[in-house]
Design a protein around this ligand. Sequence first.
Ligand code: UGA
Length: 438
Amino acid sequence: MEITVIGTGYVGLVTAVGFAELGHRVLGVDRDAAKVRRLQAGDPVIYEPGLAEKLVAQQGAGRLHFTTEIAAGVRHAPILFICVGTPSLPDGSADLSQMEAVVRQIAAALDGYRLVVEKSTVPVRTSSWVHRTLRLYTRPGIEFEVASNPEFLREGRAVHDFFHPDRIVLGVPSQRAGDLLGEVYAPFHCPKVITDPNTAEIIKHACNSFLALKISYINLIAELCERTQADVHTVAQAMGLDQRIGPEFLEAGLGYGGACLPKDVQAFIHIGEEHGLDFSLLKEADAINRRRVDGILQKLKRALWILEDKEIAVLGLAFKANTDDVRGSQGLAVARALLDSGARVRLWDPHAAARAQELLSPSERVAYTDSIWGALEGAHAAVIATPWEELRALDLARVAATMLTPIVVDGRNLLDTEAVRAAGLEYHPVGRPSVAFA
Ligand code: UGA
C-alpha cells in the first residue's frame, strides 16, 4: 500500500526504508532540503548498520522516494506516519512544536480521509491534540482519524529491530483505523497489542522509563559493590538468570545517554506531575544517572591525584556502539568534566568524531585522533566511554607500552580483569574490583 513518513531522522528513515522493503510504496518527507537531496542521492545521512544498502536497494526498486512537500505526502497515501523530533523543553516536558507544525500543514492539505499516525514518542493525550488541531485547521466535512503506533527500535541496531520487533503496539480510535494499520503490519507475526491511543502513548514512555530504572538500579548496586569489594558483573548475571528479571539492561557503567532515555524519563516525570502523581521513583533514576560521570572523574582523581594538565584519552564518543549519534553522549560529558578540571583530552571514536566536533570543537586542549593509538600515545590515563568492538579487542600489552602511565578507567566494563593484569595495566572498572599499583 501507499505510505507517507514525515520526518526522516533515525526513526523515520528506518521506518520508511523498512516499509519499502516490506513492499509498500513509501514517500519520505522532511523539511530539510539539503537532507532530502542527500537521501534522494542514496546517502542515508546517519550511520546505522545495514541502512545505506537497503535505502539504495529500495530506491532502485522504485518503492521509496523523498520530498520536502508535506502536501505531496498527503496526496500520496491514506496513512501518514509522523516521526518528527520531540525534544525536551527546559522544564523537562516534551517540545511538541514540530509535531504541531506538521499537523497544521497536513490539515491544510487534507482533501479526504487520512489516518494520521504518531510514531514519535509523545506525552499521553497528544493524539487528542493532534485530532483537535486537524479539526481546527482543515476544511469542514473532511474526515480523518489519529492513531498512535510507538516505535521501539534501538539506535545501532535499528534496521534489525524494525524487522524483528518484540511486539507492535497499535493505539487506534476505530476498527477502520485498526484495519489500515493492520494492513501495513500484515507481514509481521509478532504479538500485536491493539488498544486505544492514550494507552499506546503511555506504553512507550513506560517502557523507556523502565529501561532507565533498570540501568540506574544496577548502577546503584555497582556503587555498593565498589564500597564492598564485590563484583557487579556477577551480581547482574545472577539477577538476570531470574526469569522475572531478565538479563538485558543490567550493564553497569557510565549510565544511559542518547536522545531517548534521558529525555523520556524527564518527560514522564513531568507527565506524572501534571496528573498530580509523585514520580520520585524516576527522579531518583535520573539522579543516579547524572552522577555516573562524576564517578568516573573520581576514579581518575584517585588514580592520578592531580588532573590539571594531564593528557586523558577518551575512547568512544557515540552514546552507544554502532551509531554516530552523540546526543546525550557520556564520552563527551566525561571530556567536558575533564576540561573543567584542567585536563587535556584526546578524543577517539570510529564513527562519531565528526558529529562530536560540532558539539566540542578541537582546540589547544581538545584533540581528535583517527586511531586509538594516537589517543593513547603519551596519555596519563584512558577512559573507555562507548562499548565499541575495537575497544573490546584491544592489544593490551601495546596499550601499556603506548601510554605514559598505563591507567585505564573502564566506563563500560569491557575488559577482562585477568588480561589487564597480565598486560601490566592499572585498571578501574565500574562496580568491580580494581587492579591497582601500590
Ligand atoms: C531506547 C530504547 O531502548 C528503544 O526501545 C526506544 O525505541 C528508543 O530508546 C527510542 O525511544 O527511540 P536507544 O536510545 O537507541 O533506545 O538506546 P538503548 O539501547 O536503550 O541504550 C540507551 C543508553 O543506555 C545507552 O547509552 C547505553 O549505553 C545505556 N545502557 C544500556 C546501559 O548503560 N546499560 C545497559 O545495560 C543498557
